[in-house]
Design a protein. Structure first.
Length: 262
């Protein structure tokens, strides 16, 4: 069972940090931060739900690890607070299952247990928990830990997005180099043939015209692909392409190289 802090003077500043994060999420246009609590003790569930609901968090409840895992797969949760000793699937196994799912593995998990065994804490962290608390735990401390973890998750997400954007920029640079190379290959034969062409030589003029037609075709294809690259760059980096015009930059580069033998 969690216990409330007895020292009011010490918890004011700590509590403020947790409330600050929850309010910032609730006051904006984003959905409230959603916490999944996996706990089979109903008294503990009631206390945690009342406590965190007052802080502006959206609370979801599961009675065991399997139910919690199923709920996590069905809808987004920002963080999981899970007991260790539970029926069906315990907290350790739950951590393993979550970390093995590509779409769920970055979800922060806090494990709580009544067993005050350092070995269990090590096992929990090794299984994938981000934090580990023993009962009875301080609700204020738990709230601050959760708020800090959610901030780290947000920062990690922003970093991943920036890395994706840098990768897109790098790929765009490679694409533009390839396009520039292809345009040069298309125009060089035209310039060379024009320099040696004799206007009184019908065969020479015909060859020049053929080279110009071929060069124009290649340049037209290049412009079309460049247009698709621009469309792809305008999309968020985590969008899934739904049609040819919204291919990712990497896919466009591969397509461009395949079409032009680069």
């Amino acid at each position: 069972m969690p216990s409330k802090s007895k020292t009011t003077s010490k918890k004011t500043k700590a509590v403020h940090g947790g409330k600050e994060y929850a309010k910032s999420k609730k006051s904006g246009h984003h959905a409230p931060t959603k916490i999944l609590i996996i706990e089979d003790d109903q008294d503990t569930v009631a206390i945690l739900k009342m406590f965190f609901s007052k802080e502006g968090y959206d609370i979801d409840i599961a009675g065991d690890g399997q139910e919690g895992f199923d709920k996590l797969k069905k809808s987004h949760h920002d963080l999981v607070l899970s007991d260790v000793m539970m029926p069906k699937i315990d907290g350790f196994k739950f951590c393993e299952m979550v970390r093995s799912e590509p779409l769920l593995k970055m979800t922060p998990i806090v494990l709580v247990t009544a067993k005050n065994d350092p070995g269990d804490k090590i096992v929990g962290l090794e299984k994938g928990a981000d934090d580990y608390l023993t009962k009875p735990y301080n609700l204020v401390e738990l709230r601050v830990r959760i708020a800090s973890m959610l901030k780290l998750k947000k920062l990690r997400g922003e970093l991943i997005l920036k890395e994706k954007e840098l990768e897109r920029i790098k790929t765009l640079e490679q694409t533009l180099i390839a396009i520039s190379h292809h345009i040069n290959n298309a125009t060089a034969p035209i310039a060379g043939r024009a320099q040696i062409c004799d206007v009184h030589d019908p065969d020479g003029v015909k060859k020049l015209v053929d080279v110009c037609i071929d060069g124009c075709r290649k340049i037209t294809n290049t412009i079309e692909l460049l247009s698709q690259v621009i469309k792809a760059m305008k999309q968020p980096s985590n969008n899934i392409p739904v049609d040819y015009s919204s291919l990712t930059v990497n896919e466009l580069l591969t397509k461009f190289e395949d079409q032009n033998g680069l």
